[in-house]
Ligand binder design. Structure first.
Ligand SMILES: NC(=O)C1=CN([C@@H]2O[C@H](COP(=O)(O)OP(=O)(O)OC[C@H]3O[C@@H](n4cnc5c(N)ncnc54)[C@H](OP(=O)(O)O)[C@@H]3O)[C@@H](O)[C@H]2O)C=CC1
Ligand SMILES: [Cu+2]
Length: 457
């Protein structure tokens, strides 16, 4: 053969489907020679230019590295190719449609079918689409695992030539994890989502019963239309405020635990660890709900119900030839209420922006913790204050407690008020000093005792 051909390595792809074609195209562009192995080498449709097609045996014979772009259900045909595959590197790119479909990972199953070959699991987290478009920023990594280092190296070299960054995940027993990873559905969001749905459902039911059903039972008035805007605009801010406090509660609990244990070298309970790890998600949901609250508030003036009421009041005043006096207290109250709302939301946006990876990456650790902690508590304080201003003097009025239940916003204030109160206690000089001593490891530092350092330092 000519020198030119010998310099370029010959690779093989089994299967001429979507992934086989996309991968082949990329390999050709990267300068490899390529032979496809197909069941029907003469009628498999258009393939990337410059490639050859052969039957499985001939194709396997000619190459050292074989990409298996065939679904797992069809792996059985490989058994008859055992002699041709001996000592070859076979790359398993397969994914499953569901978790736990098979007792064994696809790649491990493959290794058992062809024990003489070296199976490497790789590329399964990429889509045919991503391969065709070339590596982009968000999709640069190729995970691989396998039992033989030389085999992994050969695959890693190819992936690098295609422009991907290779992450070695160890032996073939990691294949299961790699196969499960494309099937994951927002694993970090599970706990925050459950909390959101639970809180939203609870407060929605609460306001429906307390406002709509109460009005119907006591006064025979049908105000069910209020569900669409008024009640939504109660539930969203309430859930938002509670979620924001729940962002800060685990940090406070951790501090209390450290204070009572007198050391930071003891592992936190699992639920607290999990809670701490989803603080960012809690904050983002809270921000989303706060934004909804802002939008719902902005549409109040264009609501039919509001315009009708305003016109009715004006007309009745004209008829009776009366003017209500300007109430300065009312002006102060509503203005401060709105002002706190706008300020709180502005700070909240700042928190959200600074948690974006591209922004937080350019902040030093101190800057980041200043924004997320100091400004975070300030946001929580202002939003809580905003809610207290909304209640104003209603807290002491018996009439606000219909059927002996507090209005929903008073109920929700319990959580943020408790968080802020606890935080203030932690800021007391004597408590703060002791906590610093514990966190510096000066107090009963006992590394033998705990398995892991705390997340908070
Ligand atoms: N499509 C994607 O985006 C991704 C796919 N994958 C994985 O890649 C593999 C292939 O996927 P994809 O290309 O989409 O699938 P396709 O169905 O498009 O192609 C599969 C190919 O396998 C071959 N084949 C089918 N039946 C048999 C059989 N009984 N015996 C031997 N070969 C057979 C055929 O090629 P021929 O007719 O030439 O023999 C066929 O073209 C799968 O394991 C999938 O999980 C992984 C990541 C992304
Ligand atoms: Cu508000």
């Amino acid at each position: 053969t000519c020198l030119h051909e010998c310099l370029q390595e010959l690779l093989c792809i089994f299967g001429t489907g979507d992934l086989g074609r996309s991968l082949g195209q990329r390999l050709i562009q990267a300068g490899y020679r390529l032979v496809y192995g197909s069941r029907r080498p003469h009628s498999c449709g258009p393939l990337p230019p410059g490639t050859q097609v052969a039957d499985h045996e001939a194709a396997a014979q000619s190459a050292q590295l074989i990409f298996l772009c065939v679904h797992r259900e069809h792996y059985d045909f490989l058994e008859s190719l055992t002699p041709q595959l001996k000592g070859k590197v076979v790359v398993d790119v397969s994914n499953n449609l569901k978790r736990d479909l098979y007792p064994e990972a696809n790649a491990e199953h493959l290794q058992r079918l062809i024990p003489g070959a070296h199976v490497v699991k790789a590329f399964n987290t990429l889509s045919a689409w991503a391969l065709q478009n070339g590596p982009s920023d968000a999709n640069r990594q190729v995970y691989l695992c396998g039992n033989r280092t030389e085999a992994k190296q050969a695959v890693a070299e190819t992936a690098t030539k295609l422009g991907f960054t290779v992450v070695d995940r160890g032996s073939l027993s990691a294949a299961r994890e790699l196969e499960d990873s494309p099937l994951q559905l927002f694993p970090d969001w599970r706990l925050p989502m459950r909390l959101t749905v639970g809180l939203t459902a609870f407060f929605f039911l609460y306001v429906v019963i307390r406002d709509v059903i109460y009005a119907y039972v006591e006064q025979r008035k049908d105000i069910s239309f209020r569900i669409m805007v008024s009640l939504a605009n109660k539930v969203f801010p309430i859930v938002s405020l509670i979620m924001l406090s729940l962002c800060y509660l685990p940090g406070i609990m951790a501090a209390c635990l450290q204070l009572s244990r007198g050391t930071k070298y003891k592992r936190f309970p699992d639920w607290l660890d999990r809670w701490m790890l989803c603080r960012k998600q809690l904050g983002l949901v809270s921000l989303a709900f706060a934004s909804l609250h802002v939008l719902y508030t902005l549409i109040i003036p264009i609501r039919y119900y509001v315009r009708y009421r305003l016109a009715a009041i004006t007309i009745s005043q004209i008829r009776e030839n009366k003017t209500t006096a300007f109430d300065t207290t009312m002006a102060w109250r509503t203005d401060s209420y709105y002002s706190m709302g706008v300020l709180g939301f502005g700070l909240f946006l700042l928190l959200g922006i600074s948690s974006l990876p591209s922004v937080s990456n350019i902040l030093s650790w101190r800057e980041f913790s200043f924004i997320q902690s100091k400004l975070g508590y300030l946001t929580l304080f202002i939003c809580t204050f905003h809610t207290y201003l909304y209640g104003w003097d209603k807290f002491l009025h018996l009439a606000s407690y219909k059927w002996f239940t507090p209005p929903s916003y008073m109920l929700c204030l319990i959580v943020p008020s408790a968080v802020l109160l606890l935080k203030m206690l932690l800021l007391l000089p004597c408590v703060d000093k002791r906590l610093t001593r514990i966190r510096q490891g000066w107090e009963r530092a006992d590394p033998e005792d705990g398995t892991r350092k705390s997340l908070l330092t």
